[in-house]
Ligand binder design. Sequence first.
Ligand SMILES: [Zn+2]
Ligand SMILES: [Zn+2]
Length: 276
Amino acid sequence: MAQMNDAPQSVVELVTDHFLNVFYFDLGRYLIAAGVMTLVLWLFSRWLELRRIQQRRAKPDDYRREVLSSLRTVFVFGVTTLSTLAMRQAGLVSFSIDTFTWTALALQTVAIIVAHDAYFYWMHRAIHHKRLFRTWHLHHHKSRTPTPWAAYSFSSWEAVAEAAFVPLYLLVATTLGVEYIGFAMFLFLWHMIIRNVIGHCGTEIYPRGWVDNPLTGWWNTVTHHDLHHSAGTCNFGLYFTWWDRWMDTEHPRYRETFREVTGRRREPEAAAVPAE
Ligand SMILES: [Zn+2]
Ligand SMILES: [Zn+2]
């Protein structure tokens, strides 16, 4: 969220003073998160190859489509952030940049992540409705074998629906009398892009046993969202398994698939043939 002076600014000033900053912030977040994940997959490919969830591989055209439409999404996010700043000027939402306690920061960060998980689940189910799917969400599902670059690969309509969460959340928080902490938003946005990129990386990076441990089983794995892309009719949740379990939309073979992917073992190297 770009910092701004308290003096009211016109729409033109908001655009000229803040749009490029906001655009580069979102773009930087996407490029860093997807770039680092791609580098990790490449550096550790010898070990991670066994953890690839699908046999199918993304093609160069898939990468091109994912990156180009993600740039469009960053543009939409920039426009939405400017709208949020304009709403702040109009007194509809309030957030502070520099004063906070660590307890309030932790509570607000957790609260917005949990709220976003619920928003995403229901928005995602809505855009899977047959009346909306083709226009709103088909574009994201063109990535049948997603890559880290698919994190923002949305149609323009879906980008608006995704971006609308932040101003809506701030509007509700302000109505409830909560002064939102700008740094909590910063942490939320980094958590969002990191989890999003991990969910699309196509390679299971969580350790064996994750889905069977009650302490971790509620935290979505890569397999969870990858199954959404390959099957398309289940696993609508973003960060946590709660909503899919409550609404009975979890893939019936989710845990089994995770166990299979994380239980693979490298074939032992062929023993050297002793010299005659
Ligand atoms: Zn979907
Ligand atoms: Zn996806």
